[in-house]
Design a protein around this ligand. Structure first.
Ligand code: MD3
Ligand code: FE
Length: 214
C-alpha cells in the first residue's frame, strides 16, 4: 500500500458518541504480544462457535480469559468462571492485556476500571455479529473496552433502541474503543468480514472486549 507523509503522525482521538471514545492505534504496540498469548489461551480454551438461546450457531468463534468468560448455549447467555469445554477455569488474563485495557479506560476518562473478563472474538472472512446490546454485566456505570487486531471490520453503532439509525465505522488493527456513559447500552454489531490478508494476523480479525462482570 502507498505510504504517505501523514502515516507518521499519530491519529487523534475521536468521540463517536457521548461516552464512546475511539483511540486509533492505541494497541499497536501489543500486536505480537497478543499473538503469542492467543496461542497459549486457545491451547487451554479453544475457540468455539457458541449456540444462541434461539438455537443458532454463531459465525464468530469465541474464547475467554480472566476470572469470568461469556458463554452462550440453548439455556441462555451467562458469565461463567468455568469453561464448559474443559470444566476448568478460563486462562488467566495476561498482565499486558489488563494494562492496555486500564490505560485505554483512563485515556477515555474512566479511572478505576478493573476488568474481570476478556471475551476474545475471532472473525474469519464471512463471519458477522448481529446487532445486540451487552447487558449481562452487573454495573453499567463500568465501561467496556474493545481492542481490534488483524483485518479491518465495518462496525455498526446504533442507539438505545434496536430500530434507531446505525452509523458505520471502520475498526482497524490496533484500534481501541472505550464504550461508557450513555453509549454503554447502545446497540452494535459487525458487518460480514471481507477477505484480506493482514501481515501479522493473516486472514482473520481478533477482537478483545474487556468487561467488569461482578
Ligand atoms: C458498544 N464485539 O463482543 S467490539 C461483543 O468487534 C462485541 O467483536 C464486537 O460486540 C466485535 O459483544 C464489537 C465494540 C463494542 C463492544 C462492546 C460494546 C461496542 C460496544 C458495548 C456497548 C456499546
Ligand atoms: Fe457487544
Amino acid at each position: 500500500m502507498q505510504e504517505s507523509f501523514f502515516d507518521f503522525l499519530p491519529k487523534p482521538t475521536v468521540i463517536l458518541a457521548e461516552g464512546a471514545v475511539l483511540l486509533p492505534g492505541f494497541a499497536l504496540g501489543l500486536g505480537a504480544d497478543i499473538l503469542s498469548f492467543l496461542n497459549s489461551i486457545q491451547a487451554a480454551s479453544p475457540f468455539r462457535h457458541m449456540i444462541t438461546p434461539g438455537g443458532h450457531r454463531m459465525s464468530v468463534a469465541m474464547t475467554n480469559c480472566g476470572k469470568f468468560g461469556w458463554v452462550s448455549d440453548k439455556t441462555g447467555y451467562r458469565y461463567d468462571p468455568v469453561d464448559p469445554l474443559s470444566n476448568r477455569s478460563w486462562p488467566e488474563m495476561p498482565a499486558s492485556f489488563l494494562k492496555i485495557a486500564t490505560e485505554a479506560a483512563v485515556a477515555a476518562g474512566y479511572s478505576g476500571f478493573q476488568p474481570d473478563a476478556c471475551l476474545i472474538n475471532r472473525y474469519l472472512p464471512g463471519s458477522k455479529l448481529s446487532l445486540h446490546q451487552d447487558r449481562n454485566e452487573a454495573d453499567f456505570t463500568q465501561p467496556i473496552v474493545s481492542v481490534s487486531l488483524g483485518l479491518p471490520a465495518s462496525f455498526l453503532f446504533g442507539g438505545l433502541k434496536r430500530k434507531d439509525a446505525v452509523k458505520k465505522y471502520t475498526l482497524e488493527h490496533g484500534d481501541v474503543v472505550v464504550w461508557g456513559g450513555p453509549s454503554r447500552l447502545c446497540y452494535h454489531g459487525v458487518n460480514t468480514l471481507k477477505t484480506g490478508e493482514h501481515p501479522a494476523f493473516g486472514k482473520q480479525r481478533i477482537n478483545l472486549t474487556f468487561r467488569k462482570v461482578v
